[in-house]
Design a protein around this ligand. Sequence first.
Ligand SMILES: NC(=O)c1ccc[n+]([C@@H]2O[C@H](COP(=O)([O-])OP(=O)(O)OC[C@H]3O[C@@H](n4cnc5c(N)ncnc54)[C@H](OP(=O)(O)O)[C@@H]3O)[C@@H](O)[C@H]2O)c1
Length: 343
Amino acid sequence: MRKNLCLCGFGNVGREFVRSLAARQSGILADGLDLRLVAILGQGGGIYQKSGLNLAEICNLPAGSSALRSLTGLWSEEMTGVRGIAAAQAHLLIEATPTDILTGEPGLSHFRAAIANGMDIVTFAKGPLVKEYRSLQQAADARRVTIKASGATAAALPAMDVGCYSLAGDTILQFAGILNGTTNYILTRMAADGLAYEAALADAVTAGIAETNPRLDIEGWDTASKTIILANALMKADLDLADIQVKGIQHVTAGDIRAAQGRGEVIKLIGQAIRTERGVEVTVGPVCLPLSHPLSAIQGTAKAIRYVGQAMGEVMVSGGRSDLAGTAAAGLKDVLNLYRRRK
Ligand SMILES: NC(=O)c1ccc[n+]([C@@H]2O[C@H](COP(=O)([O-])OP(=O)(O)OC[C@H]3O[C@@H](n4cnc5c(N)ncnc54)[C@H](OP(=O)(O)O)[C@@H]3O)[C@@H](O)[C@H]2O)c1
């Protein structure tokens, strides 16, 4: 089976996805799936080759679409945005653009274009699904295309897969997750090494764990985005950021951590969704957990999610590397699982 892919966004994640595909392409082909990357779209243009791009050549380029301009003959200023998605005539859109969680753009327009063109979607960008989960899913169902979002829901931690496949057939009553590696690292350093919040944050930036502007992580928005997508996908909620309470870790003090330790507790940033009589309620914020709680043992950049199914009971998964290689591989996993089951 041959499937043509169109990658939107050749930044750190997009380029790592190309590397991941290049490294595994022959093995995937041997398994009967011929994945061809036919287009890469950037902001000012992109590259296209109907027979499939030479991945080895692209892997060595620096991130950023300006590097793609060197591939003269393939580069076109037309290959951008919704025009580029339509022109690529691919089976699948890989969305790897930066995300605006308030507007969903630019990914939201890309999603709509892909669905209108009958393309499946594998996304790293959270924005479109945070903003418009229900309408996008309805449009996708109507066009009989599939949206997969492991890359937007803690990536290498198979949070979505466990909820979607392993708990299929059950009713998920609630889940709680440590879904952001940066904030868990900061809280771990504060608890284990007695650091003040500012010192632990500075350490995370120096170690390359936190971005230079880590607001989305530390104020809880990244955790909130992942929690909303999971709740909408797995518990049929219909929520966006305006519907939920979001607290970050920026006001957690060394004194709070010490007080928790004195009570035999740890503080973790938890995204949780609970099914109630009023509907699914989602909250995001620092929570004091007893040491006996399974999420309290999750240290450093590690992530974890614990589901409670009505019939299956507690199911927890933890781990998955919080780096680019793990993120890219999670996107590739979605591509394979999408087409494997259609073989
Ligand atoms: N970094 C991670 O570990 C990680 C993990 C999970 C999910 N994600 C998500 O993955 C996405 C990409 O992250 P990143 O770290 O790769 O970002 P990045 O390095 O900033 O790269 C983003 C790329 O997107 C391109 N782009 C921006 N607007 C575009 C548009 N309208 N059309 C086409 N391309 C556009 C840019 O193209 P130009 O080069 O033309 O400017 C740039 O190359 C984000 O949504 C992020 O939240 C990241």
